[in-house]
Design a protein around this ligand. Structure first.
Ligand code: 13P
Length: 238
């Protein structure tokens, strides 16, 4: 199976710079002969139906479980369908910890978008204090983050993103990723990505970890040259 690579722009890039990024990414993928799908999660204002030669799939970083309605500041199915978007990120740690999304709300969102056939990138990962409390504490935390989630959903892509490794430059070691992925794979046998300070310098060793099916990349994906350098590595190592 080819590795799954996904870029999470978070609150970076504008509508104009995203369009330029997609153009440059598509051109670069053509140059590299990169044929596997690349997922891109731009901010909501930059969502669009891009015409590309390469397999670039645009998803939403977040959406509210509604077709439309009174949910100020949110977008729903109607806004996604305008651009043919059928992929959504659910459970990202920034939404859980900064925006205060509870497990029950995350599970409700998951069920709602599953019902509508979306591809769901579902994120789980422990904060530092849980990691420091040991492996059993981490396992219990991850089990709780799977509560209410249909772990057999065929369009589910899992992402393990330890909170302490996100945006910190601190990457989990290959051994830690392998051990934690093994725990998660026992709970959910779906493709499992790693996320947390993945960058050109470490993507090869991360993707070589047994049980790692791809990468969900934040910071290092925001510059298209850096993203393409990672895709070049993925292509070489496949
Ligand atoms: P960084 O790559 O910036 O650590 O972010 C990872 C992430 O949260 C992707 O969803």
């Amino acid at each position: 199976m080819s590795k799954i690579v996904a870029a999470n722009f978070k609150t970076n890039h504008t509508r104009a710079s995203t369009a330029e990024y997609v153009r440059a990414l598509d051109e670069g993928m053509g140059r590299l002969g990169y044929e596997a799908p690349v997922y891109l999660f731009p901010p909501a204002t930059a969502l669009d139906s891009f015409e590309t030669a390469g397999d670039i799939r645009v998803g939403a970083q977040n959406a509210y479980p509604t077709v439309k309605g009174s949910f100020t500041g949110e977008i729903g199915l109607e806004q996604l369908e305008e651009f043919g978007i059928d992929t959504v990120l659910v459970g990202h740690s920034e939404r859980r910890h900064i925006l205060g999304e509870s497990q029950s709300f995350v599970a409700e969102k998951f069920a709602w978008f599953k019902e509508r056939g979306f591809t769901i990138f579902y994120c789980i990962g422990e904060p530092l204090e849980v990691r420091e409390a040991g492996e059993e504490a981490v396992r219990r935390y991850l089990v709780e983050q799977l509560e209410g989630i249909d772990t057999e959903y065929e369009k589910l892509v899992m992402a393990y993103e330890p909170v302490w490794a996100i945006g910190t430059g601190k990457t989990a070691t290959p051994d830690l990723i392998e051990a934690t992925h093994a725990v998660i794979k026992r709970l959910c046998d779906r493709p499992l990505l790693y996320g947390g300070s993945v960058k050109p310098a470490n993507i090869a060793e991360i993707l070589a970890v047994p049980g790692c099916d791809g990468a969900l990349i934040g910071t290092a994906s925001w510059e298209v040259s850096s993203m393409l350098s990672m895709l070049e590595t993925v292509n070489r190592e496949k």
